[in-house]
Design a protein around this ligand. Structure first.
Ligand code: CA
Length: 221
């Protein structure tokens, strides 16, 4: 018994998955295909996908913004939780990875819910703001280049409605954020982002130790 978050060894993690995962067959398939890629570790964990689908439903989200789509697992998990008229704007720079994503979105019958924008995310976010989409989104998921997090977050804070949620991935960064001897650019960027968010009175904050750390920031009204 403890009043702190429990550490998960392999046995307990397997148990957690065994008693709670309801991963749709297509997501299982997509995860297997992505696991063969060199960049496989960029994919979110299945329990995190299921958690994000839960958030989408709790928010009654209709409009979602995703920064960093990769092979489309998170977008698919969220799209399946959206109502039929729900939409995701998905930002990525890789035609190769998102071709895998699009194939699975079509197969799942949710391709019309996902609008893929292949461009640097800062350009897409600026375009959305310029087109008057401020306060439009219910939920934003940031999971892209770590040195871009601050800029993505600031744009998302304008694009998400009051009461809307921004989820930021990899905020525990495999533990490196807590190791002062690690000083590479990505680790320093996440560390600085976490510290800034802690003091950010524009949002309510919770760092959820699921996957590689998922920070939830709810925009205050
Ligand atoms: Ca990630």
């Amino acid at each position: 018994m403890s009043n702190r978050t429990i550490a998960l060894d392999d046995r307990l993690y397997d148990y957690l998955c065994a008693v709670s995962l309801r991963e749709p067959a297509l997501l299982v398939e997509l995860r297997a295909e992505t696991a063969a890629l060199q960049e496989a570790r960029m994919q979110i964990a299945p329990e995190q996908g299921q958690f994000m689908a839960m958030l989408v439903r709790l928010l009654n989200a209709r409009e979602i913004l995703e920064i960093g789509t990769f092979t489309g697992y998170s977008a698919l998990a969220m799209a399946l939780a959206l109502p039929p008229d729900g939409r995701i704007v998905a930002c990525d720079v890789s035609a190769e990875w998102t071709a895998i994503a699009s194939r699975y979105w079509r197969e799942a019958g949710v391709a019309e819910r996902i609008e893929l924008r292949l461009a640097p995310a800062t350009e897409t976010l600026e375009a959305l703001l310029a087109d008057g989409h401020e306060d439009r989104f219910d939920f934003a998921f940031i999971d892209a280049d770590k040195t871009g997090y601050r800029a993505y977050y600031e744009a998302c804070l304008r694009l998400v409605r009051p009461g809307g949620l921004i989820a930021v991935d990899n905020t525990l960064w495999n533990g490196r954020v807590a190791d002062d001897s690690v000083q590479d650019a990505d680790t320093c960027a996440i560390r600085a982002f976490n510290a800034a968010l802690h003091d950010d009175v524009r949002v309510d904050v919770s760092l959820v130790p699921i996957g590689d750390g998922l920070t939830l920031a709810r925009r205050r009204g």
